[in-house]
Each structure stands twice: as structure tokens, then as C-alpha cells.
Design a protein around this ligand. Structure first.
Ligand code: MN
Length: 329
């Protein structure tokens, strides 16, 4: 169920967003839990812009900053912080398909507690929870939506913003491999590079900056990998104890799934990541034309056709695996 794209409506919303950015003074930004490159990139792009405009800006944050993204400008300001909000505050949600996170961060939030919610996202099942919804399911990343808004409204993109924008683009497009990769995404990359982004530097920081202990983690995860469904499904898992014993952050397990996804004849890959409470976060990747976000939605999660995820509330790994296998075919 793809949302119909209406260019005139979109242009008006894009303009409206820029009006609010120019006219309002107080902003709180937030993205999703377990932040990825697009969450980091989109939050920090907007943070750079607001700082440059001398606005009052804060980020609502309750997570670790993955080591892959600590090179981004202002990433050092991302510390546990739930900013106080008032009737002048504009909340900007980036890369969230629903209002769940706002409700979690601000329990009992009432309409008079803030001025506006701007919802900028590219999940095709976005619930349009904002007062203003800039939702473009065809965009490869939220940073691509921001880039378009800046271009359409003559907002200057400086090198710091360009690095954040590029990081969101290269990670959410699976390094320009997923089906959301279009001529548009390559044109955006080209322009950001011409603005001074060093794609090799970003690639190294994001993908080739792994702590040596990750070899032990991969060793365990590879030895646990199982292939089922006649070779079409591959999965592995990571436990809290693995991370604790190797002194690795949660984000160390982030890109492992792409390694197993690359096996011949595999159509789906999955990694079950144990949470601190013993339940599992399940990442799904497609290596075929099968839309994994549909599977994630069955279990209350979400995502994109080739990359999606959900939360398995059981603490029993076998149960989580069986539940997913039963849903696959
Ligand atoms: Mn995204």
C-alpha cells in the first residue's frame, strides 16, 4: 500500500516546514531508538542548521551513540537528555513511522504542551501523526528528504550538514544497493561530494572502523548461523553476554547481517539481538524481491522493503526463531 505522491501538496509542505524553521525559535529534535546512520545523520543535519541560525535547539536522546557515527559534527552533544518543552516548542520527528517514541519520552503529553509536531519520514506506513507531515516513502533516507527541502528552498548546505546528509544516504541505501537507490540518490551523493564530502573518509569511519574484538563477536555469530527453508533463510543471534565479555557496544552487531545476507540463494537474513531485558530485537534483510517490512508489520514492527525489524517479546530464542520461520512461507 504505497502512498500516492502528490507533488503540489509536497511542495507546499516543504515550504511550510521552512517557514516554521525560519519563524520559530525553540526546537526539540528526535529520532528512533537504536539509532542508525539515517537517524544520526538527519538529527545532526538539523542540529547544524539550527545552531547556524542561532536557534534554541536540543535533541531528545536516550541511547548510546554508535561508535560508527562519533565522527559526525555535534555527535558529542548526544547525551541522555529529555529537554523540557512548552507551548512554544516545535518538535521535529525524524525517521519515526509513529508517535510511539514521543509518547514514551513525554508520557501523558497533551496538545497544549507543545506548539507543533513536524513529522519527517520515509516509512511507507507512517501514521501521519504530526501537525505537519513531510512523508516521502520513495526517498532512500530521511536525509534525502532534508536535502530536497534545502535545495527547493535555497537553504545553504555547508560541509558539516553535507557529511551528515551523506552518512544517512549511504547507510539507509545499503551503500547504494537497496531498491530505494535511484538516480536521485546518486545525484544527491554527487552534489554532496562536490560540496566537499569525502566519500572514502565516511566509508572508512562508518564501515571500516571496527574494534578488533569484533572478530570474536563475528566468530560466534558465524558459528551460530543456520540456514533453513531450503537454503532461502539464514539467521544468527547475538547475546548480551557476548557484548559484555568482549566489552563491545550494541552497535558492534549492526552490519553483521549484510555478511550473511550475501550468501547465494538466500532470500532473507535475520539477526536476533538479545536486549538487556532478555527479549529479542529482530533485524530482517531481503536479498530478493520479497518485502521484509510486511513480515515485520505482522509482529508489530516496521521498516522498508529490504530492511526492517521488530521486537520479539519472548525471552526464548527458539520461540522467536520459530515464530519468524512460520511467518516466512
Ligand atoms: Mn531511515
Amino acid at each position: 500500500m504505497r502512498m500516492k505522491f502528490n507533488r503540489i501538496k509536497y511542495k507546499n509542505i516543504s515550504k511550510k516546514v521552512v517557514e516554521i524553521i525560519n519563524n520559530e525559535e525553540k526546537f526539540v529534535l528526535f529520532s528512533h531508538k537504536k539509532p542508525d546512520g539515517d537517524a544520526m545523520g538527519s538529527v545532526l543535519t538539523m542540529y547544524c542548521l539550527f545552531k547556524k541560525m542561532n536557534k534554541n535547539v536540543e535533541v531528545a536522546w536516550d541511547d548510546e551513540v554508535p561508535y560508527q557515527f562519533t565522527f559526525l559534527p555535534y555527535s558529542n552533544i548526544l547525551k541522555k537528555n529529555i529537554p523540557s518543552i512548552d507551548s512554544n516548542t516545535v518538535l521535529i520527528s525524524l525517521d519515526n513511522s509513529s508517535k510511539d517514541l514521543i509518547n514514551l519520552l513525554y508520557p501523558g503529553l497533551k496538545r497544549e504542551d507543545y506548539k507543533l509536531i513536524i513529522n519527517i519520514d520515509h516509512h511507507y506506513k507512517n501514521t501521519e501523526f504530526g501537525d505537519i507531515n513531510l512523508v516521502t516513502p520513495d526517498a532512500s533516507s530521511v536525509t534525502q528528504i532534508l536535502y530536497n527541502v534545502f535545495k527547493e528552498n535555497d537553504i545553504e548546505i555547508d560541509i558539516r550538514m553535507a557529511e551528515c546528509l551523506y552518512t544517512g544516504l549511504v547507510t539507509d541505501s545499503g551503500r547504494f544497493q537497496y531498491i530505494n537507490t535511484t538516480a536521485q540518490s546518486h545525484l544527491m551523493a554527487a552534489e554532496l561530494i562536490s560540496l566537499g564530502v569525502d566519500p572514502i573518509k565516511i566509508f572508512r569511519k562508518v564501515f571500516e572502523n571496527k574494534p578488533a574484538e569484533i572478530l570474536n563477536l563475528y566468530n560466534s555469530m558465524i558459528s551460530r548461523a543456520k540456514i533453513s527453508k531450503k537454503g532461502s533463510f539464514i539467521y544468527s543471534y547475538v547475546l548480551q553476554d557476548d557484548l559484555k565479555n568482549l566489552n563491545l557496544p550494541y552497535s558492534a552487531s549492526m552490519n553483521f547481517i549484510n555478511m550473511i545476507r550475501a550468501i547465494k540463494n538466500v532470500k532473507f537474513a535475520s539477526v536476533f539481538k538479545q536486549e538487556k531485558d532478555g527479549t529479542y530485537r529482530v533485524s530482517l534483510r531481503s536479498s530478493s524481491n520479497v518485502n521484509v517490512s510486511k513480515i515485520a508489520y505482522v509482529f508489530g514492527g516496521g521498516g522498508h522493503p529490504m530492511a526492517a525489524g521488530y521486537h520479539c517479546k519472548s525471552k526464548n530464542l527458539v520461540e522467536c526463531v520459530t515464530q519468524l520461520e512460520d511467518e516466512l512461507y
